[in-house]
Design a protein around this ligand. Structure first.
Ligand code: C5P
Length: 295
């Protein structure tokens, strides 16, 4: 009997630009992803069957869960390896644009590679991940990356140092990623360029936060904020309370702020929860990994 414990990190998007509509319904992106120190824990245990247990009762544990999809995909390709019992302890909020489900999926791929002695390279794990979702190849490697294509063509970047990030999410608000992209497409927003370019932020990527902050950008804010004014209010409140910058992560509903240090982050988080009692907050740091095998 084998047991592997893993941590699967959330991500934020310091930059997300939609550069083209693709015939397959997806969009070509120019995007920066960065892992942050907020993670789910995943235990994998050899078993005869495939089972998933989760601390959140509202989360499906059937074949619609990306963690199960990852195990099924590897089982299909390595049918002699048997099953696995997956125990998922979720800390990353769901429907937040923080890639929580993608991170769990990546952790199952990385963990089963070891548990089932599959000997797959990181690139092969990323290729399996890309079959299951656009953010999963990044979650396998983590740290900081430029992502192009659907999000699966990755170029590593030097992880940010000296940054403190305050993540905020309205507890009962989740946003569908498919809805955000489809609303962007049906609004023909691609024909109304914003003048933002990824080269500006890439050129300044490891500069101090105050220099990088004005270059943070997310095209999906253009559809999500008008439809969810509460997210816009949260963004504005973060700036009012002294954040260096604030931006929606991915397709939302989470917003992240760049703050000077942990004390300042705690102080701003306190003001946010005073004004918005239904908002959860996390003060954290950018990190250099996506999936970590703990034992
Ligand atoms: O790949 P994933 O399943 O995470 O994507 C969720 C949804 O987001 C897709 O169904 C698609 O509508 C949209 N999407 C997109 N272009 C991307 C990534 C995601 O349109 N590059």
């Amino acid at each position: 009997m084998g047991l592997i414990k893993l941590q699967a990190a959330a991500k934020i998007n310091p930059f997300l630009q939609i550069v083209a509509e693709r015939p397959d319904g997806y969009h070509d992106l120019a995007m920066i992803l960065h892992s942050i120190g907020l993670w789910d824990t995943i235990d994998l245990e050899t078993s005869n069957s495939l089972e998933l247990y989760c601390n959140l009762p509202e989360l499906p544990t059937d074949r619609s869960n990306l963690a199960i999809k990852a195990a099924l995909l590897l089982q299909e390709n390595f049918p002699d390896r048997g099953g696995v019992k997956i125990t998922l302890n979720k800390q990353i909020p769901v429907g937040a644009g923080l890639a929580g489900g993608s991170a769990d999926c990546a952790a199952v791929l990385v963990g089963l590679n070891q548990l089932w002695e599959l000997n797959l390279s990181p690139m092969e794990l990323q290729t399996y991940g890309a079959k299951l979702g656009s953010d999963i190849p990044f979650c396998v490697v983590g740290g900081a990356c430029l992502a192009e294509g659907r999000g699966e063509i990755l170029t590593p970047l030097q992880p940010l140092e000296g940054w403190t990030i305050l993540v905020c999410k309205q507890r009962n608000l989740s946003i569908s990623t498919a809805w955000a992209y489809q609303t962007f497409r049906s609004g023909r927003l691609i024909e109304q360029p914003t003048g933002q370019t990824i080269s500006n932020i890439l050129g300044a990527f490891n500069s101090p936060p105050s220099q990088l902050a004005p270059l943070l950008f997310n095209d999906l804010e253009r559809v999500v904020l008008p439809n969810y004014p509460a997210i816009d209010q949260l963004k504005l409140a973060l700036l009012e309370f002294g954040a260096i910058a604030s931006l929606m992560s991915g397709s939302g509903a989470a917003v992240f702020a760049v703050v000077e240090n942990t004390d300042r982050g705690d102080e701003i988080a306190g003001k946010i929860t005073d004004r918005f009692p239904d908002v959860d907050t996390w003060v954290t740091k950018p990190i250099g990994w996506g999936v970590r095998i703990v034992s």
